[in-house]
Design a protein around this ligand. Structure first.
Ligand code: NAP
Length: 314
């Protein structure tokens, strides 16, 4: 399954060939909606690269925006998203997927009111098909300048305090432009990400959602499910007291933000259900092998899994 997903990726490496890293500022006014881990790290990285003249933050609570300003993530902020995007060259949306619709509507209102038809809008949402559908519906005149994106980088921590400038260094960012997306908007967003040290690849949104369901969304569900299942054991204290490296490796991501992960699951429901079903079949097979003390079967599965992981991660 994993082999097929990776082989058929059809990825093109737009960013690597077409745009060179520039030493001068590439954005005059960047507006970042959602100044948490993902948005905050982008700001810190672009500031470090000297790639932005001014960054305005916007979001939900003033407390978070104040914190982001104190941490020098943003230069100023506005609590009204429509006002914040007024003079933006680029608007970067890094809020949970469930908040995208309302944020997009406020951006559309602000850009329209200000007569700003040049701004490029891009996002960091972890699933892409529903975000694209929203963008097409909400930005009818602006759809060509919306570039859907997803940085393949993150941690289990949230908020402006969790942001750091090197988050995207040597990591991948996937953009999922459509046939309608302006080429220059894609190049501009590619260039922005390259300033952070990331490499940029483009992919069809449907393919993105399928691949990410397998490599990110399913593992998060497994981690949440594993910790939740242990929670109700009688010996819970001892289970966690004697937890060793393996347990920490497998469950680290169960400390991720529950709202963000609820939204990702609901937004990428079908591909995740498909992966969960495959995983169920696999677990049933292991259960049966163990129940019948079939050591050969267990060894065969473990050997295949080890070979596959070693092949793709070394
Ligand atoms: P985060 O640290 O929790 O930051 C989210 C930000 O969005 C906060 O500033 C929050 O403000 C703001 N926000 C929440 N609800 C809002 C609303 N209704 N209207 C306006 N602003 C709102 O989350 P994150 O990890 O940066 O994730 C942001 C996006 O990136 C998500 O779409 C996620 O799928 C995607 N992503 C995450 C990762 C990862 O590993 N974390 C990786 C790749 C992509 P308040 O503090 O005021 O609530």
């Amino acid at each position: 399954m994993l082999n097929n997903l990776f082989r058929s990726s059809g990825i093109s490496r737009l960013g690597r060939h077409k745009t060179k890293k520039s030493m001068t500022a590439i954005i005059n006014n960047l507006c970042v909606i959602g100044t948490g881990l993902i948005g905050g790290s982008l700001c810190l990285s672009l500031k470090q690269a000297g790639a932005c003249k001014h960054i305005t933050g916007a979001g939900r609570s003033e407390q978070t925006l104040q914190k982001a300003e104190q941490l020098n993530i943003i230069d100023d902020y506005k609590t009204d998203i429509a006002k914040a995007v007024k003079d933006a060259d680029v608007v970067f949306v890094s809020v949970p997927l469930g908040a995208m619709q309302s944020v997009f509507e406020q951006i559309a209102k602000g850009l329209q009111k200000a007569g700003n038809s040049k701004a490029i809008i891009t996002d960091a949402g972890s699933s892409k098909q529903q975000v694209l559908q929203l963008a097409e519906k909400i930005f009818p005149d602006h759809g060509r300048r919306f570039v859907a994106g997803h940085p393949i980088a993150g941690t289990e921590n949230s908020g402006p305090e969790a942001a750091f400038a090197d988050l995207y260094k040597n990591r991948r960012v996937i953009l999922t432009p459509t046939a309608n997306t302006d080429t220059d908007a894609v190049e501009r967003v590619t260039s922005l990400w390259q300033q952070t040290g990331a490499s940029v690849e483009t992919m069809d949104a449907q393919h993105h959602d399928k691949v990410l369901a397998a490599t990110s969304h399913l593992p998060h569900l497994l981690a949440f499910g594993l910790v939740h299942c242990l929670e109700n054991m009688e010996d819970i204290e001892d289970v966690f007291r004697f937890a060793a490296g393996g347990f920490r490796d497998v469950t680290r991501i169960a400390s991720s933000d529950p709202v963000m992960w609820r939204d990702i699951c609901l937004n990428n429901r079908e591909p995740i259900l498909d992966m969960l079903q495959r995983y169920r079949v696999e677990m049933d097979m292991l259960y049966n092998a163990l129940q019948s003390s079939d050591g050969e079967k267990l060894k065969e599965v473990f050997e295949h899994a080890k070979q596959t992981r070693d092949k793709f991660t070394h």
